[in-house]
Design a protein around this ligand. Structure first.
Ligand SMILES: C[S@@+](CC[C@H](N)C(=O)[O-])C[C@H]1O[C@@H](n2cnc3c(N)ncnc32)[C@H](O)[C@@H]1O
Length: 292
């Protein structure tokens, strides 16, 4: 069978099985390409036509195994491959942490244009999971030092694998901490993608999300914003006076805005899609973060 035919058939099979694409891919054809190219080690920058050739029997057998796990167990492709791509960089990826998909990738690739005047010196990736946000930032800004912090020892073990993958041991460290509790000093830039999904929403999510750690999804309380709200309330004490917090709260943005009605959150727009990411400069912070 030819590669292009296998991909077409796999996409059709995904459609028949009501596969959900929510982990960095937004259609069934790309989901099939992701699985096949990822498993065969092909370059994602090249098209199917460029890679087209007849598949070998053992390739078909191993692709079949992965396809079955994707369809029957609804395991996301990134976990099947053990790899994910974020901001153009490759990361180890497994169920110890969420699959990277934050729209913050676009901000990092644009080097926080219009948000930062100069490259940050000290950066915190809070609620780092496997470390994709902080590591991508370290790769974009070769002079910065980055702390990757998470409450989960398992997520931090994965983050350390990713630090090693990108040979960043001299500039990037992991810190186990319940939000800011065990962190010290002040940061020029805090990037945070904390859990922000409510219990009700978690129960409604497609089965793919059940493979991800609940600790990475549930933001606490009825609206899922207890962790983001606590983070906002505590962040000022950990930012440099000219520092900036960039916080993702996805579809819980409205609930967070209602919790802090006096805060003029700057909600950012993304060309590649995504929403619910705000920027709060340290100055505004101290005056305006008052829960309603
Ligand atoms: C939405 S995931 C984000 C992972 C990663 N930053 C990304 O964008 O893919 C949230 C992460 O927050 C961590 N977390 C949950 N509660 C926390 C807390 N109280 N303090 C620090 N980290 C926490 C989880 O372990 C999880 O890794």
């Amino acid at each position: 069978m030819f590669l292009a035919d296998f991909i077409e058939q796999l996409a059709t099979r995904f459609g028949g099985a009501s596969i959900h694409c929510g982990h960095g891919v937004d259609n069934l054809y790309d989901e099939a390409v992701y699985l096949v190219f990822g498993a065969l080690g092909f370059d994602f920058q090249r098209s199917v036509a460029e890679q087209d050739r007849e598949l070998l029997p053992d390739e078909i057998a191993s692709l079949e195994r992965l396809a079955l796990a994707r369809v029957e167990q609804r395991i996301p492709v990134a976990y099947l491959l053990g790899r994910a791509w974020f901001a153009g960089y490759e990361f180890h990826c497994d169920p110890r942490a969420l699959i990277p998909r934050s729209p913050m990738a676009e901000l990092i690739n644009d080097r926080f244009e219009a948000l930062l005047d100069s490259g940050p010196g000290r950066v915190l990736d809070l609620c780092c999971g496997g470390g994709c946000i902080g590591i991508a930032c370290a790769l974009q800004f070769p002079a910065c030092r980055v702390d990757l912090a998470d409450i989960s020892a398992e997520a931090l073990a994965l983050a350390r694998k990713n630090i090693a993958l990108h040979k960043l041991e001299s500039r990037v460290e992991t810190r186990q901490s319940d939000l800011f509790a065990d962190l010290d000093g002040r940061y020029d830039l805090i990037l945070a993608n904390p859990p922000y999904v409510s219990q009700t929403e978690i129960e409604r999510l497609p089965p793919e999300y059940r493979h991800e750690p609940r600790l990475g999804l549930h933001g606490g309380g009825t609206h899922g914003i207890e962790i983001p709200a606590r983070l906002l309330s505590e962040a000022a004490g950990h930012l440099d006076p000219n520092g900036l917090l960039i916080l993702e709260t996805g579809y819980s943005a409205e609930a967070l805005q209602a919790r802090f009605p006096a805060t003029p959150f700057l909600w950012l727009d993304f060309e590649a899609g995504g929403h619910g990411v705000c920027a709060v400069p340290a100055g505004q912070f101290r005056q305006l973060i008052h829960p309603g």
